[in-house]
Design a protein around this ligand. Sequence first.
Ligand SMILES: [Zn+2]
Length: 156
Amino acid sequence: MGLRLVDIGWVAGIIEGEGSFYINRFKYKNGFKNPSITIRVGMTDKDVIDKLEKLTGMGNTVFREIPSHKTMYYWEVGQQKDAAALMMTLYPLMSERRQGKIRECLTAWRSFQYRHLRPCPQGHDTNEFVYYNGERNCKICKKESAARVRWNKKYF
Ligand SMILES: [Zn+2]
């Protein structure tokens, strides 16, 4: 982000007033949860929405008609790296309530850093993986196989 300080202030002001930070939680058939975080601002002022996208160089804009014959424009940052980076940048400028929401989002974001990798083939509901001898195991699988090793040693 090549944002100037004055622009960060402007972006923070708009998001404080009109924006939201939220977590989407997708759930796969095997129970693996893969949350994602989003920053969204909805307004009827297209020029403000365009400016948000231009200044940050992030996100994209969608629009829909609302009953009052106006058009609502939504700027959304859904790219995880972008959303997290912008949340961290804005954090010190936001109100307490929004800071709380950002902390919640960033905690979720950190918990799914391995989201680009496939979930545990055994379907365990965890995002924590252990790498050992070139093998990748989820923490639950790892615990189970450690228990099996102990059992084998005891009886064979
Ligand atoms: Zn597993």
